[in-house]
Design a binder for this molecule. Structure first.
Ligand SMILES: *Cc1c(COP(=O)(O)O)cnc(C)c1O
Length: 541
């Protein structure tokens, strides 16, 4: 007996300890310690993050990196599980970024409801793999049901349609992905394949490849059109799908900062002139990553319909707005899309990382059917037959449970809080002499910048050359401001570059705020502006 305890304490790798790792914690007291620490993680970590208002502990990245340079894997165990967890709580958590802080308004990653952590843990404990029925059973069935619920939220077909497809093993209404990037890639993959019908000696682009597709269709290139606010994942898709990322063609935005429809029509005409180019998709953005702006979806749907082009809506960010009765009208036209991307780890407030893509046509995913002899045999209900990803966790369980806990109304409250708080924030910015609102919030994202009084005055009369100098100074001030605030560690806004006015030639540095944490109040936003003003004043001294 004492021998046994000694062994446990001496941290060796042997069969006895190995077996224990697969079964249960070593003994009653270790089990208690473990439960205590797990409790601290499942409940306490959240408390910790909420109390710990600062965004991150003060330590320079250089110093931090120096502590993580040992590249050898230790031969023998170093720590017991409980000690490992304790070290995570004590050493890793304080040095991670506190994305749950209500002062953290810079990115699309934020606080999540605490129950998400438990749902994630359960999903891990069950460890189902929805690639195939043999490793998931009910979770494959549940996934189809959840996909149908969300498909209904977007496309709103009638009861008969959903009864026919919800558990139909021949059709798919959508797929879960690792995020918006792979969701967009899947949508464009299908749009690409659909665009090249079989010909003599040509079956499909999937089988014969890009070169054969071009030859068979007497074409030279294939392109996708999207506003210049399109997410960079679309260019990756251009690369992966063999179109070339330069053929994800950016269209200018107009005064509304959404896609310029006239320029889009002109581009289509241009591209169609020599009959050597195929437009495989036009993309509407429903909540641009940088500005939150929504493209005119009904007009884009009309254009796609007229030309017979696949219409994809990238609603990675904005999709869940459909759950708000007050604001769902902003996404009008999305129901006319051929495919729609929505992220789970953004405004569905799920933990990293999960996204989805939906297809209006339940047969659309047939474009990418893949079988393997050992799994995913033809005719089986395995979900992995029509997905980019192979092995996949059962994220549908988390989304389904969250929808049960929150209801669409619960989600709507968070969405509405974000949009309304962002509007109030915009007013606060406008009321201050030191700030200019650059893009007002259509959803819950806005951009602004700090413009000192003297520069503001000079800008009014400046000629082109002086203007360039002033622009450079403004950029410099706003870059410093954002960096100093981030490093101070109390609050965080991000920054990007945008044209401040329609006629501008210069892409100015702007501060970007994403209001998604329901704990972020107007008072907190006021404090963030106060801090920025005082940072600016300290810059001058
Ligand atoms: C976030 C985002 C993406 C990419 O999603 P990931 O989950 O980061 O891969 C694509 N499009 C838009 C509009 C986004 O906001």
């Amino acid at each position: 007996m004492t021998d046994k305890i000694k062994k446990i304490d001496s941290l060796v790798a042997d069969w006895q300890t190995l077996h224990r790792v697969f079964i249960r914690p070593e003994d009653e007291s270790s089990r208690k310690t473990l439960v205590k620490y797990m409790e601290q993680i499942l409940f306490g970590l959240h408390d910790f993050l909420n109390k710990h208002v600062g965004v991150t502990e003060e330590i320079s990245l250089v110093k931090l990196a120096q502590e993580y340079t040992d590249t050898k894997i230790n031969k023998n165990p170093q720590k017991k599980l409980a000690d490992v967890i304790k070290a995570i709580i004590d050493e890793i958590a304080p040095r991670a970024v506190n994305v749950a802080s209500p002062y953290f308004i810079g990115h699309m990653t934020s606080a999540i409801p605490f129950f998400m952590v438990h749902l994630k843990a359960i999903t891990a404990a069950l460890n189902q793999n929805v690639i195939k029925l043999e490793t998931s059973k009910v979770l494959s069935v549940l996934e189809k049901q959840v996909l149908a619920k969300l498909h209904r939220m977007i496309f709103n077909f009638d009861d008969d349609f959903y009864l026919e497809h919800v558990q139909n093993t021949e059709t798919s209404l959508g797929v879960f992905t690792t995020g918006g990037t792979t969701a967009n890639l899947t949508a464009l993959w299908i749009a690409r394949n659909k665009s090249f019908s079989p010909k003599e000696n040509f079956e499909s682009i999937e089988k014969n490849g890009f070169f054969e597709a071009m030859k068979a269709h007497n074409l030279e290139k294939a392109v996708v059109l999207v506003s210049k606010r399109g997410h960079f994942s679309l260019r990756k898709a251009g690369g992966i799908l063999g179109l070339g990322n330069q053929n994800i063609i950016p269209i200018d935005v107009d005064v509304n900062r959404s896609i310029d429809l006239e320029k889009l029509e002109r581009k289509i005409k241009d591209l169609q002139k020599d009959k050597k180019t195929r437009i495989i998709a036009i993309i509407g953005i429903a909540g641009a990553t940088e500005t939150g702006i929504i493209d005119p979806l009904p007009a884009l749907a009309d254009i796609c319909e007229t030309h017979g082009i696949h219409f994809h809506v990238d609603a990675a960010w904005g999709g869940p707005v459909l759950l708000s009765e007050t604001y769902c009208h902003l996404l009008k036209g999305i129901e006319r899309a051929d495919s729609v991307t929505i992220d789970c780890h953004k405004q569905f407030y799920m933990p990293m990382s999960s996204g989805m893509v939906y297809f209006k046509d339940p047969k659309a995913l047939d474009q990418i059917v893949y079988h393997a002899r050992y799994v995913n045999r033809p005719g089986s209900v395995d979900l992995g037959i029509k997905t980019l990803e192979g092995s996949r966790e059962a994220n549908s369980l988390i989304l389904d449970s969250a929808l049960k806990i929150m209801g669409s109304r619960g989600y709507a409250l968070m969405i509405e809080h974000g949009i309304e708080t962002a509007r109030q924030f915009a007013d606060k910015i406008k009321q201050r002499n030191l700030f200019d609102l650059v893009t007002p919030p259509q959803l819950n994202i806005l951009t602004y910048r700090l413009v000192p009084e003297d520069i503001r005055k000079k800008l009014k009369t400046a000629d082109t050359e002086e203007r360039q100098k002033l622009d450079a100074r403004l950029d410099d001030i706003n870059i410093k401001l954002q960096r100093i605030q981030r490093e101070a560690g109390k609050s965080f806004v991000s920054r990007t570059r945008l044209k401040c006015s329609f006629k501008d030639h210069h892409n100015s540095v702007v501060l970007r705020a994403v209001i998604m944490n329901p704990m972020t109040t107007v008072e907190i936003l006021d404090e963030i502006l106060d801090e920025q003003e005082s940072i600016f004043h300290s810059l001058n001294h």
